[in-house]
Ligand binder design. Structure first.
Ligand SMILES: Nc1nc2c(ncn2[C@@H]2O[C@H](COP(=O)(O)OP(=O)(O)OP(=O)(O)O)[C@@H](O)[C@H]2O)c(=O)[nH]1
Ligand SMILES: [Mg+2]
Length: 224
């Protein structure tokens, strides 16, 4: 039987997906510049900031603090990619970090969202790529470009936990050295708490995954 020609709808959808991917990639390159060396060091705090520590009582001098404050333009940059299935709470997470109130209802991200947070030593760029099925294809193109991956999981969405796990594994396969933080979001809504049987326990992430920093970091739910 002769192969059936592709319908115009399929061709149009394929073309649109290719254009969207190219646009995302160009925007990413424009935003973050060309490829970079990851500057992760296991001895550092999770995005490279110095581990917090209170100064000794007799050492503390407020004037010293002012002396060492680096100018904003001198700050190094760290890139954090925020991924997770659609509706897992990525945009909300970014909004809350930026000091904005969470939005009512789910407004899907069709491209990407970003937030820049100056810390004492670094400028941290957090970048969300939308989690809808057609955008997930492009996630893997970005993992090699960032310092840390934050993978957001909706703890209340038990039915899709295996999908979330599968997507996370694809990313881990793409970059085995990528430091990962798994955020179990919406825990208050997940009846019975975190469903360990669903397979997103860090011990289920695959060989070596927990040792390289993967884990569940309960996110204080924005809305419960
Ligand atoms: N109860 C509760 N709801 C939350 C929490 N975080 C996000 N939501 C809600 O979940 C829905 C989806 O949140 P978004 O932040 O838009 O999800 P997203 O991961 O950015 O989704 P996409 O952009 O489609 O990939 C919204 O209605 C949010 O208000 C949370 O911690 N607790
Ligand atoms: Mg979003």
């Amino acid at each position: 039987m002769a192969p059936r020609p592709l319908s115009p709808l399929v061709l149009a959808l394929g073309g649109a997906a290719a254009v969207l991917g190219s646009v995302l990639f160009i925007l990413w390159k424009t935003y973050f510049g060309s490829g970079r060396e990851r500057r992760w060091d296991g001895g550092e705090a999770w995005w490279g900031a110095e581990p917090a520590g209170l100064p000794q009582w007799d050492e503390w001098d407020p004037e010293d603090e002012e002396d060492v404050e680096p100018a904003l333009e001198e700050l190094e940059q760290r890139e954090v990619l925020v991924l997770g299935l659609d509706g897992s709470g990525k945009s909300t997470f970014l909004r809350v970090l930026a000091g904005k109130p969470p939005l009512e209802g789910h407004i899907p991200t069709w491209g990407f969202n970003s937030v820049r947070l100056p810390t004492r030593d670094f400028e941290v760029d957090l970048l969300e790529i939308g989690g809808s099925q057609n955008l997930r294809f492009y996630w893997k193109e970005f993992v090699n470009e960032v310092d840390v991956l934050v993978f957001m999981v909706d703890s209340a969405d038990r039915l899709r936990l295996p999908w979330a796990r599968q997507e996370l594994h694809k990313l881990l396969d793409k970059d085995p050295d990528l430091p990962v933080v798994v955020v179990a979001n919406k825990q208050v809504r997940a009846v019975g708490g975190w469903p360990r049987s669903a397979g997103l326990d860090p011990r289920c992430l695959g060989p070596g995954a927990p040792e390289r920093g993967s884990g569940l970091d309960p996110w204080p739910a924005a809305q419960g």
